[in-house]
Every structure is written in structure tokens, then in C-alpha cells.
Ligand binder design. Structure first.
Ligand SMILES: Nc1ncnc2c1ncn2[C@@H]1O[C@H](COP(=O)(O)OP(=O)(O)OP(=O)(O)O)[C@@H](O)[C@H]1O
Ligand SMILES: O=C(O)C(=O)C[C@H](O)[C@H](O)CO
Length: 325
């Protein structure tokens, strides 16, 4: 069994700032906004970077699965710069096999994300996709010789040129032993790409759907989470909705939805919370645990990543979860 993640390969540049900066920049707190290179330079000229590290939503999830002990592959696209070398090294260091799916042979910069963390631990992101947008230039081969594969696709990819089309092509092609998981990624992304997301959902190729409460409500144009779950559950067998400090909510065809409380933790930086939740959930699922335990492992993994700056775990998650399982 292995987890294959497909996502934007992004270097995260963390800065700390007061909430006023978010309003000065005209941003929606907690959201991800796409920016071009020159805007990125302008913003960075006024800020000091506290920490630069490898990120990207799906890759963060794989770092979590790998730290729990699972086999992982990352399909992405990097530029021709030092950031690309660092990114490759970081993947290798945590045991993730990199599959470069780019058809772009020209020199370009690796994608980066300015992650602004405010005193409440909330993160707001400005992303310059750079070379990462080439990840779905073609439909990747994810048939990697394992008897079972969960292929985890981040919703952010719908912002890449052939993203929607090639995700649909992947989801509609049945491969023995392969299941697809999809993450809604960001409320504003759901707003931008709603018809495309519904097409993917209604196509029936998604086995597991991840997202936070705002993303699910936005997707269903609703204020009622149970109603949203019913709507989505008609097409998707299983899903997990993260609820921030309230924990997570899991649903599946076989049982009533359940809420699983969050770990008690001092929040420093919420970047990667949803990504690491997905890591714990997928690993527990791979190990055959029932829904409640999948979400409980997700909550524990998320609690580690939000207790420090950065979107990747700083401790071995296998050791951390061993205390609770
Ligand atoms: N304040 C908190 N206390 C404890 N756990 C938390 C807290 N905030 C988040 N978590 C954990 O992280 C998980 C994901 O959080 P959240 O619902 O905020 O996801 P998200 O919005 O996708 O996060 P992000 O987009 O920052 O990755 C929650 O299900 C919970 O387990
Ligand atoms: O915090 C999140 O929701 C993330 O998905 C993390 C970022 O997308 C990622 O690290 C940016 O590179």
C-alpha cells in the first residue's frame, strides 16, 4: 500500500505580522491568493522572512504519511533553481519518492508561497505558482506496482492550466487497486472552481473527500453541515471535514456522521493543519482502523504541526501516535 500525492511543489516563506497587514493587503484572513512574481517581490520587500521551508499541500500530507511509516510518492514540478534542489533534498530526507511530471524544459523558478502568520496562529497565503503549474501538463502515471494505492490530489491543482481536465481524465480511468482522495484546499478556490469540483464529485471517481467546514459549506451553498454532507455523500463514499479547534467530522456510507474532538494544544501556526490531518486519516485508513480512529489520528498529527512554525512535522509522527494507539 502506498500514498501517491499530486500537488504544487512550493517553497513556503514564513513571516509574522499583525492582523492589520492582512487587511492592508486586502486579503481574506486564512485564505490563499495567487500572485505574480513582481507582486511577490513588492510584498517581500516590506517583510522579513522568519523561515523558508518546503511546503505544498499534498507534499505536506505525504511528509506526514512518511513520518508515520507509510510508503509515499510525490508528483510535482520544480524550476531550475536552488529552491528546486532544496525541495528535492527535503523530499528525499523524509523518504518521499519524487516523480517530476513537468514537460517544461525551460528555465523557470520554483513556486513559492508567502505565509503570513498572525498572533492568533492563523495563516494567510500569497502563492506564486511558478514552475509548479506544470505538474499536470500531462496525466501522470500513478500505476506504481503497489497492490493498493491511494492517490491524493490537492484541489489547488484546479488553478493549473490543464489541472481540471487531467484530474478528470485520471479520476475517470479505473485502475485496479487505485482509489482517489481529493482535498477542497481553500474556500476561495471552491468559490472559483465550484462547477469543476462538482463535475469531479458527480463523476463518481472520488473515494475520500477532505475539506474544512467553510469549504464544504461553500461547495454546497449552504449553512448546514449535515445537509452539505448529505448532498456530497450521494456521490462520495467517505469524507472528513475538519472543524479547527472543534476537531473533525467524518462521514461514510456505512454509518452516521461522527465528530471527533481535537487534541488540546497551544496553537502557534495553523499552516498545514488540514494537510497533516489528512496524513493521519489516510495512514490510519491504510492500517484498517475505523472512521473514528482515522479522524483521531488525523487530529493528533494536525496538533503536532500547529504547535510550531512550518507545515511539516518536526517529530517522528510514528512515535507520537504510538502513545495514543
Ligand atoms: N485550535 C486548535 N486546537 C486543536 N486542534 C486544532 C486547532 N485548530 C486546528 N486543529 C486541528 O487541525 C485540524 C485541521 O484544522 P482546520 O479545520 O483549521 O483545517 P484547515 O482549515 O484545512 O487548516 P489549514 O488550511 O490551515 O491547513 C483540525 O481538525 C484539528 O484536528
Ligand atoms: O495550510 C494549508 O492549508 C496548506 O495547504 C499549506 C500550504 O498550502 C502549503 O504549505 C503552501 O505551500
Amino acid at each position: 500500500m502506498a500514498v501517491v500525492g499530486i500537488g504544487h511543489a512550493i517553497i513556503d516563506l514564513f513571516v509574522q505580522a499583525e492582523g492589520e497587514l492582512i487587511s492592508e493587503l486586502g486579503l481574506d484572513p486564512g485564505s490563499m491568493t495567487l500572485i505574480d512574481d513582481s507582486t511577490s517581490r513588492e510584498v517581500l520587500a516590506h517583510l522579513s522572512v522568519l523561515k523558508a521551508s518546503s511546503g505544498g499541500s499534498a507534499a505536506n500530507t505525504l511528509a506526514g504519511v512518511s513520518s508515520l511509516g507509510g510508503a509515499t510518492y510525490f508528483v510535482g514540478a520544480l524550476g531550475n533553481d536552488q529552491f528546486a534542489n532544496n525541495y528535492r533534498d527535503d523530499l528525499e530526507d523524509v523518504g518521499i519518492v519524487f516523480i517530476d511530471n513537468s514537460l517544461d524544459l525551460g528555465a523557470s523558478n520554483t513556486g513559492h508561497c508567502i505565509v503570513i502568520v498572525t498572533p492568533d496562529g492563523q495563516r494567510t497565503m500569497l502563492t506564486h505558482l511558478g514552475a509548479s503549474i506544470h505538474v499536470l501538463d500531462s496525466v501522470p502515471n500513478i500505476d506504481l506496482g503497489h497492490d493498493a494505492i491511494v492517490c491524493y490530489v490537492e484541489g489547488y491543482l484546479l488553478d493549473s492550466p490543464s489541472g481540471g481536465q487531467n484530474i478528470e481524465a485520471m479520476f475517470s480511468k479505473e485502475i485496479a487497486g487505485v482509489e482517489y482522495a481529493f482535498s477542497l484546499s481553500d474556500r476561495t478556490l471552491v468559490q472559483r472552481r465550484k462547477p469543476q469540483i462538482w463535475e469531479l464529485i458527480k463523476g463518481g471517481g472520488i473515494s475520500i473527500l477532505f475539506g474544512n467546514e467553510d469549504e464544504f459549506l461553500e461547495l454546497c451553498d449552504s449553512n448546514d453541515l449535515l445537509g452539505a454532507v448529505e448532498k456530497v455523500g450521494a456521490y462520495v463514499g467517505e469524507g472528513a471535514i475538519t472543524l479547527g479547534a472543534k476537531g473533525s467530522f467524518v462521514f461514510s456510507r456505512d454509518q452516521e456522521p461522527i465528530v471527533v474532538p481535537a487534541a488540546q494544544i497551544e496553537v502557534v501556526d495553523t499552516t498545514g493543519a488540514g494537510d497533516l490531518f489528512a496524513a493521519g486519516y489516510l495512514y490510519a485508513r491504510e492500517k484498517g482502523y475505523p472512521s473514528y480512529e482515522r479522524a483521531r489520528m488525523g487530529n493528533i498529527c494536525a496538533s503536532e504541526v500547529i504547535s510550531h512554525f512550518g507545515a511539516r512535522p518536526l517529530v517522528e509522527l510514528s512515535t507520537l501516535v504510538a502513545k495514543a494507539f
